[in-house]
Design a protein around this ligand. Structure first.
Ligand code: SF4
Ligand code: SF4
Length: 139
């Protein structure tokens, strides 16, 4: 969970604890994502609540991009798999956070994180719910 940052992963500006800052400025087509608040109210680099609050699934394509997913995540039974869902990174309630979330609330595999993490937006309803569950107010 608290592994060191990958030396071969290019550093990104404002690397957030979850994946989201780089995606804030992009339009989303994710049907579950609804912008409720100004994302600038949220500082992902001090948060990581979404990486501790929800089950996180990765696809086979995600595992090709980030092969360590095959070791870190649980392979779903075949009848539970879908195109966007082959591994579960965060098998609640057995873990309390994504295995890639470091103690400094940054993502160890930010550059190659799963697609679901790339789509998640700061300020979305899910973001607000994650922060509520973790007792974190908007910054
Ligand atoms: S891989 Fe884990 S730590 Fe990284 S953004 Fe996704 S949920 Fe957060
Ligand atoms: S819960 Fe929201 S503010 Fe916190 S890291 Fe996730 S997207 Fe960013």
């Amino acid at each position: 969970m608290s592994a060191q940052g990958r030396q071969d992963t290019p550093a990104l500006p404002n690397e957030p604890g979850s994946a989201l800052r780089a995606w804030q400025k992009q339009p989303t087509s994710h049907p579950l994502t609804q912008m409720n608040r100004d994302p600038t109210e949220y500082d992902c680099t001090q948060c990581g609540a979404c990486c501790r609050s929800f089950p996180i699934f990765a696809s086979e394509a995600d595992a090709v991009r980030e092969p360590s997913i095959r070791q870190e995540a649980r392979l779903l039974a075949e009848h539970l798999q879908a195109e966007d869902k082959a591994y579960q990174l965060f098998p609640l309630p057995f873990q309390t956070r994504c295995p890639y979330l470091k103690d400094d609330e940054l993502c160890r595999i930010y550059a190659s994180r799963p697609s679901v993490c790339r789509r998640f937006e700061a300020g979305s309803a899910q973001c607000i719910e994650a922060r509520r569950r973790q007792g974190i107010e908007a910054s």
